[in-house]
Design a protein around this ligand. Structure first.
Ligand code: ASP
Length: 326
């Protein structure tokens, strides 16, 4: 290996990519980071030096904020050119954005996983790991913030969504991937820029947040009940940020007691600010103290809100952070 070989750390958190089917038929995480890397054909020929770290062996659903904050501290201290995190796809939308918010510097942080476990025909883990290592080692990906690499596409953490429960092409983003990998080349076609950064060591205060999705005929009862249990709330509203007029009183009351973020449940596009004027419209709710999430979807808006509350941010700082979003 050349002395100047690029160096990448692969950190395994578990998930389908690390799972094998057991004799009782269920898939569970059994593979180490070493096993994952050893299963990648063509890796040695890339000349990229790879070190492996077993960090957790959990399904994506059981990862928590403390796991990710500890991981972010580790990522910052590793003396490598880039980092690949392999984990369960169920929470990649959340963990990738969380890492985007708490990591600094230009070092690429690439999150990947697999939809088919290592025992299945057409297991996608090895190809995703190889493409991710190429991205993490590349100079092209420096400064793009955290990215998700899946099916050779590169997605910005803040835009990526899991939009299929089983397909190997489960990840999409709006306005689209920011690049792709073909042969041995990494091509970046858009640079979303780095988000504001939160120090992972400062996110130590306990906080409870929730997302409430409004539905046809809601009268505010559920919003009020959830609001009584949390320190901050994300409302996944209709369209460009609308709720039934019967929810307006509950939201007005909640916004006086805690940060209430207004996001769209549609999956893409921004919450508007001053287009509609009916009771329960975006302009009405913003005037009542709700904080528009811009184009952050409800899942990512909750991550930002939770981290801000964990750093004991003031109401004003929380508003400013959301208002700074493009
Ligand atoms: N279906 C998941 C995955 O693709 C399971 C998990 O998130 O652990 O990895």
């Amino acid at each position: 290996m050349a002395d100047n070989a690029r160096r990448v750390a692969v950190i395994s958190l578990g998930g389908t990519i690390a799972m094998t089917t057991q004799t009782d038929g269920g898939a569970t995480p059994t593979l180490s980071a070493d096993d994952l890397v050893a299963a990648v054909p063509g890796l040695a020929e890339t000349g990229i030096a790879v070190e492996v770290h077993d960090f957790r062996r959990l399904p994506g659903a059981s990862l928590g904020f403390s796991d990710l904050l500890e991981l972010a501290v580790m990522v910052a201290t590793l003396p490598v050119d880039g980092v690949v995190i392999t984990q369960g796809t169920d929470t990649i939308e959340e963990t990738s954005y969380l890492l985007d918010l708490v990591t600094t510097g230009d070092k690429p942080v690439v999150i990947t996983g697999a939809m088919r476990n290592a025992s299945m025909a057409g297991a996608d883990g090895p190809a995703n790991v190889l493409a991710s290592i190429r991205v993490a080692a590349s100079t092209e990906a420096r400064g793009t913030g955290s990215v998700v690499v899946f099916g050779e596409e590169i997605h910005a953490a803040r835009w990526v969504r899991k939009t299929h429960a089983t397909s190997p092409l489960a990840f999409t983003s709006y306005p689209g991937p920011i690049g792709y990998v073909a042969e041995d080349r990494v091509r970046i076609t858009a640079r979303p820029g780095k988000c504001s950064t939160i120090d992972p060591r400062s996110a130590a205060s306990p906080a409870q947040t929730a997302i409430v999705t409004v539905g046809l005929g809601d009268d505010g009862t559920i919003l009020q009940a959830v609001g009584d249990k949390v320190d901050g709330l994300v409302v996944a509203a209709f369209g460009a940020g609308h709720v039934p007029m019967a929810c307006v009183d509950a939201l007005t009351d909640l916004a006086k007691r805690m940060p209430v973020v207004l996001a769209t449940r549609t999956g893409s596009g921004p919450v508007l600010r001053h287009t509609y004027g009916f009771p329960g419209s975006e302009s009405d709710l913003i005037a009542r103290g709700l904080i528009p999430a811009s184009s952050l979807d409800p899942i990512k808006a909750r991550i930002l809100l939770q981290l801000l509350l964990m750093t004991a941010a003031t109401a004003d700082q929380i508003s400013k952070s959301f208002n700074a979003l493009s």
